[in-house]
Write a protein that binds this ligand. Structure first.
Ligand SMILES: C[S@@+](CC[C@H](N)C(=O)[O-])C[C@H]1O[C@@H](n2cnc3c(N)ncnc32)[C@H](O)[C@@H]1O
Length: 398
């Protein structure tokens, strides 16, 4: 299936099913779609914990939701090609100073980035320049790395000097107008996991200058604008035709899938979720209101030890005055019950998570093609290395 047919059909599906994937189950005591799909809700509530875990990781395989939702068609629509590579593995010693998973991502990214020998390599939002150093070593070429944090630039420059590779770390805000001066028709810009506006800026810069680009997009929701304007004319037309308008919050769904966390971390997350939902029931009762009240997130390890301490903290954050006597046990138990329900209703959103991510990536591809680039898209690494495993490659046609 051509990318443009995929984009067209995905737009239709996302638009048609938005009443189901858009509402956040933890914000609602009753899913807004419950009355239209009572059978779906009942089937979800019957799922075992093991099935919930399985469907979170594999929404496409043997899904009981397929009776109500277009699971099979969506599975086909998101099945982008795996990019091929015959690159030899890089020496393991090169991974020094690079965290394990990041090193493997860099290795996979470079195995699929096709730079012409004459191209001048420029890394966009380079951090400490790990990708740039690896590329410089692998291909014996000079690399310019753009990063706006001076400390990261200094650190990256020191690492490059120690490894005697030609990497020029440049302190540059890529959103500033001067950022364009680093790109031209002879450059090849590379960006591994550049967030929202940062990678959109890269695409615009490549279009303005004719630079080749290899990009794995990330965090689509990190944007200054609260609503998403489709980048390509094709997506603009399709959104208009089918009535699809995406907010910044909607875009967060596209990156909701994360690498499975260790058991201990998952258990702590579940407890935090159950307590939040328990507090939500309590605050609704205390305030006599039926709205969800967002509570700030807590840094890792900062969750109080008990449910009542958590509620007192949350109440103080939101200026909710708690009554002197609260049946903490009852609210905590209801929080856990809601947690079980919410994780089941979330499975509906999981079905549309990858379709939305692929849709956003295809919008970027269409933008490049409309601007006269030869572009392709595919999967550059396994999902357990990073779920953000889509790569766009584009070269300006003469
Ligand atoms: C998600 S990290 C990716 C870093 C690296 N590519 C990697 O995969 O490890 C994003 C990097 O972009 C940098 N950054 C954020 N905003 C920037 C801007 N406006 N200009 C330049 N760099 C920026 C951050 O400091 C950070 O190092």
């Amino acid at each position: 299936m051509s990318p443009s047919s995929r984009l067209a059909r995905l737009t239709e599906c996302l638009a048609q099913w938005q009443p189901l994937w858009r509402p956040l189950p933890f914000q609602h005591l009753h899913a807004p779609w419950l009355e239209r799909f009572p059978g779906l809700a009942a089937a979800l509530l019957r799922l075992s914990d093991a099935d919930v875990d399985r469907l979170q990781a594999e929404p496409w395989y043997d899904s009981p939701l397929a009776f109500w939702l277009p699971v099979t068609e969506l599975a086909d629509l998101v099945a982008l090609p795996r990019l091929e590579s015959d690159a030899a593995p890089l020496p393991g010693t090169w991974s020094q100073h690079i965290e394990g998973r990041k090193w493997q991502q860099i290795e996979a990214f470079l195995a699929h980035a096709r730079l012409s020998p004459a191209a001048l390599a420029v890394e966009w939002c380079a951090g400490k320049g790990h990708l740039s150093r690896t590329l410089a070593r692998q291909q014996q070429r000079a690399v310019t790395a753009l990063e706006w944090e001076p400390a990261l630039c200094r650190h990256g420059q020191a690492l490059a000097a120690r490894q005697q590779v030609t990497v020029d770390m440049r302190c540059q805000d890529v959103m500033a107008p001067e950022a364009l001066t680093w790109l031209n028709a002879r450059t090849h810009a590379l960006a591994l996991h550049a967030c929202g506006d940062l990678h959109v800026r890269l695409l615009q810069a490549a279009i303005a200058t004719g630079s080749a680009v290899t990009l794995s997009p990330c965090c689509y929701q990190r944007t200054a604008s609260p609503s998403y304007s489709p980048l390509s004319q094709q997506a603009q037309r399709l959104c208009h035709l089918h009535g699809l308008a995406l907010s910044r919050d909607d875009l967060a769904l596209a990156v909701q899938e994360t690498v499975t966390a260790p058991q201990g971390v998952r258990r702590r997350r579940e407890r935090a979720g159950a307590w939040r939902l328990g507090f939500d029931l309590l605050q609704r009762e205390v305030r006599g209101e039926h709205d969800y009240l967002p509570v700030p997130s807590l840094a890792y390890g900062k969750l109080p030890d008990t449910f009542d301490e958590f509620c007192r903290w949350a109440a103080a954050c939101k200026q909710v005055v708690l009554p002197p006597r609260v049946d903490w046990q009852a609210f905590e138990a209801q929080g856990w019950q809601r947690q079980a329900q919410v994780s089941r209703f979330e499975l509906v959103r999981h079905v549309f998570r990858r379709p939305l991510e692929v849709w956003l990536a295809l919008d970027r591809l269409a933008l490049l093609e409309e601007a006269g680039f030869a572009a392709d898209i595919g999967i550059f690494c396994e999902r357990d290395l990073t779920p953000r495993n889509l790569m766009l490659r584009a070269v300006k046609l003469n």
